[in-house]
Write a protein that binds this ligand. Sequence first.
Ligand code: PEP
Ligand code: MN
Length: 326
Amino acid sequence: MKVIKLHNNITSTDKEHLISVIQQKSGSQVIELTNNLLRFDDVDNKIVFSNIKSVVIIINNVPEYSLASREIKKSDTYINIGDILIGGKKPIIIAGPCSVENYEQMNITAGELSKMGIRFLRGGAYKPRTSPYSFQGLEGKGLELLFKMKEKYGLKIVTEVMSSDKIDEVADVADILQIGSRNMFNYPLLKALGKLQKPVLLKRGMAAKMKEFLLSAEYILKGGNVNVILCERGIKTFETATRNTLDLNVVPHIKQLSHLPIIVDPSHGTGVKALIAPMSAAAMAAGANGLEIEVHYKPQIALSDRKQSLTLNEFKELLKSINFKK
Ligand code: PEP
Ligand code: MN
């Protein structure tokens, strides 16, 4: 793909004219990515843009995931949530239970996590469970509990939205909307998220290639929401010793291909408690901008992802092992 940037004061008549000329000569559809940024195919380099004075920049070989690519935006994307910067030098840590279950669970967890210096509390109210017989989440009541924790401890909330019709309800409470692995390919949902400005944590589909992952991010960016955080959470492989295979290749690779921040979820990525701390350290070494980790005050009674949930003490040890600073 080729992308050209037009002069800011180009008139709309000149722009329309230029678009129709490109369309005719290249035989390709011209798409305006953002204001005055045109994207099209010009395989045989039929058009000489250096002669057209309304064209200020020409970028060749732009990937299909244009807006997510380093070709279009060289500098890293930073996302501000209150006083917290995502994508900068300091990693963000999102911690909390897989599911929101009750007040006591959330109150103890949120209180302890905030003492440890954690700023982001996770917890699913709408849960995408493999079996329809498994706990499906407290839904609206779960969101209310998350809101209480936000008010009481000043924590930022990360929680999943599974369908477009629930976006407003979830976005009222969430500081970051999580899109789960199972919904990475849900294009109507991604399009709807593109219309917001609320940050989105896009988890990699469990069988999604890197390119597909970036194209899903592109859906959100194309809609106008530039606040996308990627999350590697493990992929399905032939290996059954662990729940998933945490593909840390994507961290440095995506850093090369894209300007978007990327964090890692070693809880779902391994499914094995003993592997979460070492893989957290590995993710940081690979250049991740943060981690998302499941922590439960009593894992033995957790209603979902019991086996991979760390106790509060185990989580405290993990923070030490990665040299986390408040
Ligand atoms: C979760 O974070 O609890 C979750 C369901 O994750 P994933 O979508 O990665 O399976
Ligand atoms: Mn989970």
